[in-house]
Ligand binder design. Structure first.
Ligand SMILES: Cc1cc2nc3c(=O)[nH]c(=O)nc-3n(C[C@H](O)[C@H](O)[C@H](O)COP(=O)(O)OP(=O)(O)OC[C@H]3O[C@@H](n4cnc5c(N)ncnc54)[C@H](O)[C@@H]3O)c2cc1C
Ligand code: SF4
Ligand code: SF4
Length: 398
């Protein structure tokens, strides 16, 4: 249990904590701060804000686990229709470095149906050991059976860390697993490392809207679990001569029960390039107008890129939600991101600010997007895009 207390002798009534509390849980009474425990989530923001050390949070870390029982770095490898997804190779590349630093094994975990061929591929990407569970119920991702299987594997073999892609599947899966096995979980990491002295996984991710990079550690719980953004880490090199130990696990039928039934998987029609995988993305915002999206599409086609959008464009029904980039859309890390008629509000930037090169086209020279842009073009995007498309057609001979 955790508790929070205002130390009345130290409280000066400055009200900094009232401003800092995101949940409106603090009010003043007789010039002293008072916390409404019905609203307080124990987030700790007020403790940081108070300059007089007048707020104290006590957190009970709970009974300590025997952390020495946990070893090896695991990578949960996603497959779709039997094809291992590229995020898994990125995680194996990073996992290899972490495992080597710790002097432990790198293990791949793969669930699916008819996935025998995956073993050689995962070995060639650096896995020393492969945990494989093959069952018809695991053919396509479903929360319940995938969670139950990964929980059982983790409880039996006790990995030191589990890495998973920050994909729709990865986010859904490992948050459920973390709760069930009482583990720490850091979402959406962009960097991983090892603190060798403490033997801790250093999990770095953007925080406070991308304004700072926070490094999170999990000192009291195992496994340490992290989801990692797509395309920020280098894929493991292929070495076809590598061999791995394969552990094929079977479980009784009830492990594969699901409260939901997968009826059908409908592939989105019309999307030329998958947004999350794309190296080039041309994104349109409110400034493009409905008709202007044809220009965005045209440039994307010539460059062989994908089309992204701001939420305003999606809300206006100019383009489906699956194209939305940002906090409530997709996180993308292309080599080139061209933002057209997008102002650059933080909720959009969160989803694309790690792109290698950002080109912003906006008629407002003070638009916030220019603060993070590598190159900025001030002008009317409905005139600039056709000019760019013409120029690229010439250069690329298309
Ligand atoms: C909880 C929450 C979650 C959100 N999640 C997301 C998210 O995932 N993704 C997202 O994008 N937003 C998200 N938003 C919305 C976000 O705050 C902004 O409202 C949105 O990103 C603005 O979209 P925009 O830049 O297209 O529109 P605006 O902010 O209206 O900007 C339009 C820009 O176009 C420029 N412009 C106009 N005409 C032209 C022209 N002819 N040529 C060139 N430039 C032109 C203008 O100067 C302006 O800068 C979220 C908001 C909230 C509250
Ligand atoms: S910030 Fe600290 S000193 Fe100021 S009112 Fe809150 S508890 Fe009191
Ligand atoms: S711990 Fe968080 S929610 Fe509770 S009073 Fe402080 S700022 Fe508000």
């Amino acid at each position: 249990m955790a508790s929070i207390t205002i130390l009345l002798d130290k409280c000066t009534g400055c009200m900094l904590c009232v401003k800092a509390c995101p949940f409106g849980a603090i009010h003043m009474a007789n010039k002293k701060a008072v916390i409404d425990m019905a609203k307080c989530t124990l987030c700790g923001a007020c403790v940081e804000a108070c300059k007089f050390s007048a707020i104290e949070i006590r957190r009970d870390a709970g009974p300590k686990k025997d952390l020495t029982a946990y070893k090896d770095i695991w990578v949960f490898c996603e497959q779709k229709k039997g094809a291992i997804q590229s995020i898994s190779f990125e995680l194996l590349g990073e996992g290899r470095k972490l495992a080597d630093k710790l002097g432990v094994k790198l293990c791949a975990v793969i669930l699916g149906s008819g996935i025998d061929d995956a073993a050689a591929e995962l070995a060639s990407r650096g896995a020393d050991k492969i945990y494989m569970v093959d069952h018809p119920a695991l053919k396509s991702y479903q929360d319940d059976p995938y969670t139950e299987v990964l929980v059982r594997l983790a409880e039996e073999y006790k990995p030191e860390a589990i890495l998973c892609g920050a994909t729709t599947i990865g986010r859904s899966l490992v948050s459920r697993v973390a709760i069930k096995i009482d583990a720490g979980l850091t979402a959406d990491c962009t960097e991983l490392d090892i603190d060798l002295k403490e033997r801790l996984l250093l999990q770095t991710r953007p925080a406070f809207g991308g304004n700072i990079m926070a490094t999170i550690v999990t000192p009291n719980h195992r496994p340490q679990m992290a989801t990692v953004r797509h395309k920020v880490m280098k894929e493991a090199e292929i070495d076809a001569t590598r061999k791995a130990e394969v552990i094929k696990k079977t479980y009784p039928g009830e492990v594969f029960n699901s409260r939901t039934k997968l009826l059908n998987i409908v592939e989105e029609i019309g999307e030329t390039v998958n947004l999350s995988e794309a190296d080039i993305i041309i994104s349109g915002g409110r400034g493009m107008g409905k008709e202007g999206f044809a220009l965005v599409n045209e440039l994307a086609k010539v460059l062989g890129g994908a089309v992204g959008a701001s939420r305003s464009a999606v809300d206006a029904d100019w383009i489906p939600y699956s194209h939305q980039v940002g906090q409530t859309g997709k996180t993308v890390v292309p080599k080139l991101y061209i933002a057209c008629g997008i102002s650059g509000q933080i909720q959009h930037l969160i989803g694309m600010q790690s792109s290698k090169v950002i080109v912003a086209i906006n008629k407002d020279p003070d638009a916030p997007i220019f603060k993070i842009a590598t190159y900025g073009i001030v002008g009317d995007a409905t005139e600039i895009l056709p000019a760019l498309t013409r120029a690229f057609r010439l250069v690329l001979n298309k």
